[in-house]
Design a protein around this ligand. Structure first.
Ligand SMILES: NC(=O)c1ccc[n+]([C@@H]2O[C@H](COP(=O)([O-])OP(=O)(O)OC[C@H]3O[C@@H](n4cnc5c(N)ncnc54)[C@H](OP(=O)(O)O)[C@@H]3O)[C@@H](O)[C@H]2O)c1
Length: 261
């Protein structure tokens, strides 16, 4: 049993990490700026919640105290992402080193250093901060989450047009699978200071995913070919979002859609 701190443990992926770590019998603390109450979808029974802000460093020392390892699933929205991912990461790792955290695990994105997209640049800078840290670290890069591509379909369906990115395939992964990989990295053995990539179980075109989404949700809308946003699109079009030899996900997009329904 380890004492695991999930920073950003109320977020889309973080809440699955919290759930998985509790399920495996670890003592789990969660740090974020807002604490969920019982009944909130982000709330996991058995985890201890505390307010902390990685950008201002408010509350960091209190949450880092009494933990062995941390898993970082923080994220920022829009312009704030640069600050959260860089200033926030520096604050977090400095405080973690002072409080004797044994290992820090970062959730990152496949080939994040291969694009000039500003968010990817901020994530690549965040990875570099981890590599330069005095702590033992692991960087877990994954393919896009099932949720990300689904959010494009949901947004498009509101105006009756479901985007199928031209010339792009995805190998998306479920956040529950990502959670399992992160908890393994935090609490198991493994190569210290490694950066490893993990991918979903299946490669599908954007159109195939859109068709599966329509079938599973019963939502209406015309599937339309759409150019993918340039900076990140270049990486996706070149297949930089795929890793055939790094399959780790077990939950296919179709099964994930069914479980959501
Ligand atoms: N989406 C994908 O396809 C994909 C693929 C691979 C990797 N990733 C990576 O996965 C990570 C998590 O993404 P996500 O979508 O799960 O994020 P998310 O839902 O936006 O959750 C972000 C978490 O960070 C917390 N947070 C934000 N600012 C904070 C601050 N200043 N101090 C402390 N906590 C803060 C949030 O809680 P509060 O707002 O309450 O503070 C929340 O718990 C990201 O780093 C992303 O790059 C994403």
């Amino acid at each position: 049993m380890s004492r695991v701190l999930v920073v950003g443990g109320t977020g889309l992926c973080g809440r699955h990490v919290t759930l998985e770590a509790v399920r495996r019998g670890h003592e789990v603390s969660v740090a974020s700026r807002r604490i969920p109450t019982e009944g909130d979808p982000a709330y996991v029974a058995g985890a201890r919640y505390a307010v902390a802000d990685v950008v201002t460093a408010y509350g960091l020392e209190e949450v880092l105290d009494r933990n062995d390892v941390l898993i970082d699933t923080t994220n920022g929205v829009g312009r704030a992402s640069q600050t959260v991912l860089t200033v926030g990461t520096l604050n977090l790792l400095h405080a973690a080193a002072r409080w004797g955290i044994g290992k820090a695990v970062l959730l990152s994105i496949i080939n994040v250093d291969k694009s000039s997209y500003s968010y990817y640049r901020a994530k690549a800078a965040q990875e570099q901060i981890y590599r330069e840290s005095a702590l033992e670290t692991r960087i877990v890069r994954t393919t896009q989450f099932h949720d990300l591509i689904t959010s494009f379909f949901e947004a498009g369906a509101r105006v009756g047009l479901i985007p199928a990115f031209s010339g792009v395939r995805f190998q998306t992964i479920a956040t529950a699978d990502v959670a399992s990989i992160l908890v393994d990295a935090a609490t198991g053995a493994g190569e210290p200071d490694a950066t490893e990539t993990f991918a979903g179980p299946q490669i599908l075109t954007s159109r195939q995913m859109a068709e599966q989404w329509k079938r599973a949700t019963g939502r209406h809308g015309l599937i339309v070919p759409m150019p993918v946003p340039t900076a990140v699109g270049q990486v996706w079009k070149a297949g930089g979002n795929l890793a055939r030899d790094r399959v780790a996900g077990t939950i296919s997009y179709a099964d994930w859609l069914t479980s959501r329904a």
